[in-house]
Design a protein around this ligand. Structure first.
Ligand SMILES: *Cc1c(COP(=O)(O)O)cnc(C)c1O
Length: 227
């Protein structure tokens, strides 16, 4: 059996070491525990060990677990691909959405939030490696999208998110892009980047949210959930 508490503490320790090593402010990097394809029991265990922020990729799976964990005060982050027929549920069941890469998605999320009378924190997912097959807006189009999202009353644009391609150095480019947007007047304090395999490099490059799954929970269960 996996000892989630000790794995969680190891990851937190590694984050603190990386903050120190790369001259980042103490506690400037938030740990998002990515719990897709992990059981509600494991999430509860991590929560009881002190973890409050959890990321999910699949709407139906997340809602099912959220209802089993409704006694806990968890902040839920949606980090998966956004299907337009799930936008209403995403708006209702999450506090953050990291993976917005189209204005039409932002508009629909905003509309749902208006009906729910809530505000949602948003990151724009950037395709920093210019990969044809990947989701995310191209760096050259980020400014335009950021401007349009900022005008929406029920969304708070917090920053940028990437899932870098294997073996590429997308992370430093993201910090630069964030700086350019800040210079243009956007109030962005979030860079969501870094996963189990590369979070130290992401912290070195300015990440403020690392999204870590397997290093905390172990291998994912690939069956048994309707996604
Ligand atoms: C699954 C996932 C993660 C976590 O990946 P690990 O390698 O398990 O740490 C982070 N971000 C996104 C967008 C993911 O889909």
């Amino acid at each position: 059996m996996i000892d989630i508490q000790s794995r969680l503490n190891t990851v937190i320790h590694q984050i603190h070491l990386a903050e120190k090593k790369y001259h980042r402010k103490p506690n400037s990097v938030l740990l998002l525990a990515v719990s897709k394809k992990q059981s509600a029991e494991k999430i509860r265990e991590a929560y009881l060990a002190g973890q409050k922020y959890f990321g999910e990729n699949y709407v139906q799976e997340a809602i099912k677990k959220q209802s089993e964990l409704s006694d806990l005060n968890i902040e839920w982050h949606f980090i998966g691909k956004i299907q337009s027929n799930k936008i209403k549920l995403i708006a209702k069941h999450f506090d953050w959405v990291h993976s917005v890469d189209k204005f039409s998605t932002a508009e629909k999320l905003n509309h749902q939030c208006e009906l729910l009378n809530k505000k949602l924190n948003i990151c724009i997912q950037v395709n920093i490696d210019n990969e044809k097959t990947k989701s995310g807006v191209l760096p050259k189009d980020v400014f335009e999208l950021a401007k349009k999202i900022t005008a929406l009353s029920h969304l708070t644009l917090c920053g940028l998110m990437i899932i870098p391609a294997q073996g590429t150095k997308g992370a430093p480019g993201m910090a630069l892009l964030q700086q350019q947007l800040i210079q243009q007047g956007f109030k962005l304090d979030t860079l969501s980047m870094g996963m189990s395999a590369d979070f130290e490099a992401a912290i070195a490059a300015g990440s403020t949210i690392v999204r870590i799954g397997t290093a905390i929970f172990g291998e994912r269960v690939e069956t048994g959930f309707i996604c």
